[in-house]
Design a protein around this ligand. Structure first.
Ligand code: PLP
Length: 436
C-alpha cells in the first residue's frame, strides 16, 4: 500500500506551533495519526485534509455531527437566521422554539438554560445541586468524562490499575497541572456499575453529597452500557437521600434517540446536560431539569450567565438539526441497524484474522479494543486492553481513509449508508491482517 502523505499538515503544524500553544486549539486534536491534521472541508460522511486525503468519518468531530458534515439544511438555517443578526444580548423567539422543542422531547426537561458547551453546563448542574441541597460534594465514577474544568479533571487517566487502589475508596490523580488543590475536595469517586457499592458508600456519606453524576452509558471508556437496574438504582438512592441525580448526556443525547438515554432507559434524572449533537457542531449546550431543581436559577439564587449564549447561528443550527432528525421516524432505528451491522462485521473480521478485537456498544456508538476479555465491564477492565495494538489499528484505518477516534470509539450518523459500513468492514479486515 502506498502510504498517504501528511506533509502539508505537518508543515502547517510547524507553522501553527509558532502561534498556537502546541499547534492546536484543543488538547485532544494532538493525538491524531500521525500528528494533528489540518482539514479543508467536510461533506456528508466524508472529510478532506490539506494533503488531499479523503476520510470516511466515524469520529463525527468527536460526536456533534449527527447529521454529517455540512448538512445543507443546517447551513441554510444558519445563513438565513444570521442575516437577522448574530447575537442580541437579549432574548429572541427562536430560542423559545428550541426550548419548547427540547421540553417536548426530553423527559426531565421541565425548564432549561442554554450555555456554550458541555463542560460549562456540567458546572451549572453542580451549582444547582449544591444550592438546593446545601451540601457540597458530588459522587462521580471512574472512567467517566465530564469536561476539562478543575473539579472534574481528576482521575481521568491513570498509569496502572494498581494505582487506582481500593474499589471503595479509589485514589485520584490530577489530569493536569495547575488544578486548584481544593477541587479535589469537591467529589468522591467510585467504580461504575456496582450498585451495592454505591448504596453502601452513599449510606455513609450522604450528608456530604449534593449529587451523583453519571454518563448513562460509559461512552468515554469502553462504551459500557449500564447493568440492568443500575440507573434505576441510582434514582432510588438519590430519592432516598435527597441527592440530585445528574445524567451527563453530552454523548448519549440525541444519539440514542431524541429523548436521550433517560428516555431509552426510562429513568428520569433531576438534571441533565445536553451538548455535542444538539446543533451539528455549533457551540450550544443545555442544562435541563425538573422545575424543583431549576427553581434555583428561576429565583436567581443560582447565577448562570454567558455573553455568547443562544447566538442566532447556534439556535438556528439546533432547530435545523432536530428537524432533520425528526423528518424520518426511522432515523434512530437506522442508526442502530447500521451500527450493529458494523459491530457484527468487525467481530467477523476479527474472527477471520485471528485478532482479539473486542467490540461493544449499543450501535449508534460503540468501542473497539484488543483484549481477551469477552466484555469490558468497567474502567479497571480497560487496563487489560492492548493500547499499542489499538493504536496500530486506528493508524492503519486512517492510512486507508477511515477516521475513528483514537481511543477506539466509533460514531454512526444519520447519513452513513450501508455501503459506508461495508467499506469500513472490508478495510478493517485488511488492517487487522497486518497487525502483529
Ligand atoms: N461530558 C461528556 C460525557 C463528554 O463526553 C464531554 C466531552 O467530550 C463533556 C462532558 C465536555 O463537553 P465539552 O467538550 O463540550 O465541554
Amino acid at each position: 500500500m502506498k502510504r498517504r502523505s501528511y506533509q502539508k499538515s505537518k508543515d502547517l503544524l510547524d507553522r501553527a506551533s509558532q502561534v498556537l500553544a502546541g499547534g492546536v486549539s484543543s488538547e485532544f486534536r494532538k493525538y491524531n495519526h500521525p500528528h494533528a491534521i489540518f482539514y479543508t472541508h467536510g461533506e456528508g460522511t466524508r472529510i478532506y485534509d490539506v494533503d488531499g486525503n479523503a476520510y470516511l468519518d466515524f469520529t463525527l468531530s468527536q460526536g456533534p455531527l449527527i447529521v454529517g458534515h455540512s448538512h445543507p439544511r443546517v447551513l441554510e438555517a444558519v445563513e438565513n437566521y444570521s442575516k437577522d443578526g448574530q447575537l442580541f444580548a437579549g432574548q429572541h423567539i427562536k430560542e423559545i422554539e428550541l426550548a419548547e422543542k427540547l421540553q417536548q422531547l426530553i423527559p426531565s426537561a421541565e425548564l432549561m438554560r442554554f450555555c456554550l458547551d458541555g463542560s460549562e453546563a456540567v458546572q451549572t448542574a453542580f451549582r444547582i445541586a449544591r444550592a438546593k441541597t446545601g451540601k457540597h460534594k458530588f459522587l462521580r465514577f471512574e472512567g467517566h468524562y465530564h469536561g476539562w474544568l478543575d473539579n472534574v479533571a481528576w482521575g481521568i487517566s491513570t498509569a496502572s490499575v494498581e494505582a487506582l487502589g481500593n474499589e471503595d475508596d479509589p485514589n485520584v490523580f490530577p489530569w493536569s497541572a495547575g488544578l486548584s488543590p481544593n477541587s479535589k475536595d469537591d467529589f468522591i469517586v467510585l467504580p461504575w456499575n456496582d450498585l451495592a457499592l454505591v448504596e453502601r458508600i452513599v449510606a455513609e456519606k450522604h450528608n456530604e453529597l449534593a449529587a451523583i453524576i453519571t454518563e448513562p452509558i460509559m461512552c468515554n471508556n469502553g462504551c459500557i452500557v449500564p447493568h440492568e437496574g443500575f440507573l434505576q438504582g441510582l434514582r432510588t438512592i438519590c430519592n432516598r437521600y435527597g441527592i440530585a441525580l445528574i445524567f451527563d448526556e453530552v454523548i448519549t443525547g440525541f444519539r440514542l434517540g431524541l429523548g436521550g438515554a433517560q428516555q431509552y432507559y426510562d429513568v428520569t434524572p433531576d438534571l441533565s446536560i445536553f451538548a455535542k449533537a444538539i446543533a451539528s457542531g455549533y457551540p450550544i449546550s443545555a442544562i435541563v431539569g425538573k422545575k424543583e431543581w431549576m427553581e434555583e436559577i428561576v429565583s436567581a439564587r443560582v447565577i448562570h450567565a454567558g455573553t455568547m449564549n443562544t447566538s442566532n447561528p447556534t439556535v438556528a443550527a439546533a432547530l435545523a438539526t432536530i428537524s432533520v432528525l425528526e423528518q424520518d421516524s426511522d432515523t434512530h432505528n437506522r442508526m442502530f441497524r447500521l451500527g450493529n451491522r458494523l459491530i457484527s462485521g468487525l467481530r467477523e473480521a476479527a474472527k477471520q484474522t485471528g485478532q482479539n478485537l473486542q467490540v461493544q456498544g449499543p450501535g449508534p456508538m460503540f468501542n473497539t479494543a484488543f483484549t481477551s476479555l469477552s466484555a469490558i465491564k468497567n474502567y479497571r477492565d480497560t487496563f487489560q486492553t492492548d493500547k499499542i495494538k489499538l493504536k496500530q489499528f486506528i493508524a492503519g484505518l486512517h492510512d486507508r481513509g477511515i477516521r475513528v477516534i483514537g481511543r477506539g470509539l466509533w460514531y454512526i450518523s444519520a447519513v452513513h449508508t450501508e455501503e459506508d459500513i461495508d467499506h469500513a468492514i472490508n478495510v478493517s479486515e485488511t488492517v487487522l491482517k497486518e497487525i502483529e
